[in-house]
Design a protein around this ligand. Sequence first.
Ligand code: BGC
Length: 439
Amino acid sequence: MAKAKFQFPRGFLWGNATSSHQVEGNNTNNNWHAWEEAGHTEHRSGLACDWWGGRWKEDFDRAAETGQNAHRFSVEWSRIQPARDRWDENALDRYREMLRGLRERNMTALVTLHHFTDPLWFMEIGGWESDEAPQLFADFVRKTVSALKEYANLWVTINEPNVYGFMGYVAGIFPPGKKDLKVAFKVMVNLVRGHALAYQVIHEVQREARVGMAHQYRSLYPKNPRSPLDRWVTKTQSRIFNDLFPRAITDGKVKFLWRRVNIPEAAGTQDFMGLNYYTRDYVSFDLRMASELFGRRSFAKNADLSETGFIANEPDGFYEALKWANRFKKDIIVTENGVEDAPDEMRPRYLAEHIHQMWRAVNFNWPIKGYFHWSLVDNFEWERGWTQRFGLWELDVETQKRRKRKSADLYEEICKTNSISSETLKKYCPEVMEKIFPD
Ligand code: BGC
């Protein structure tokens, strides 16, 4: 067949995404460490990828050498502010050094200020349930952005507040392990308030800043489209999971089931839309699933399932997510997308098919500015510990040795050519050739 290729616009950002607790190691002053120590997780994060020990350098080299021109990482609040009345300048220096490391490698930095973890002292006063939380977060943001602004102007305030709220306060799987809708609502409102304050603070400190949230979008379909109950529960879940936060920071209104709150200062506090997309679920109404708001989620019957059955390869859902994101009329940055796959059998086609869908969207002139694959090196997967491997590089947790996976070669070709070509696909995932480059 003729050679063909899909080209991306000049200046498109290609990178990986990571987060502090998942890669740094020895993060002992936050709620996740306490949660692991209390035995709630199968594994412990331990040394993680040893970035705090300095291995970020070799991993940034890997990223830069394979053509990546950007990286998304997060700073750890509990390191920067180890106690309510104490700032650790050494920690800020360390993050400055990492940001300089990116600059030296000609990589654009996207910095996340909150990625699931909270300092212990903050949890002791109630965490995001406390009325003080938004202001305390904004104080931390002021200190951090003032210290790092020389090296970064793209900021994500909070990563996946929907997942944080749901997992910690509805499903009880993340710390603090609560299952209480009333508390969950309070937490969500405070996350919106915290974001809004942080947005103002960042713009005060840095005029050229671009600020967003990283929203996880899940494509949700009624399992039986003819069932009104399945349709109702799918719509309700989508309104809460997908729409609540982006709407709140667009029009200042929080809607959660029958509850309504106006937060006028949150309106218009998003310069770009950070989008995390992984998969699509089919939802059926089930009275036994009160904790999941009566929705039972499953994957499509013949789904192409990931290694541990965590993700179904549904690239159409990514296109749908981008279309949804485009409704907010802001620049879009794909802040996460990836799959757990230690043998690296599915990842090449997952990667190729998702990037192909993104290319389609780019060609409608939807303002998609970059793509950050989750993740660079296998890292600590929260309650799933080390059982899931999302890295382009495999990590041996004991020896800290990295090994390049085939997908990293594939991604390298994409990043270096700013395109996805029939030649590349033929090499790495011939099984999707007919779909993407039909003869
Ligand atoms: C989170 C990441 C996580 C990834 C894969 C996302 O929801 O932001 O921290 O590692 O999913 O589980």
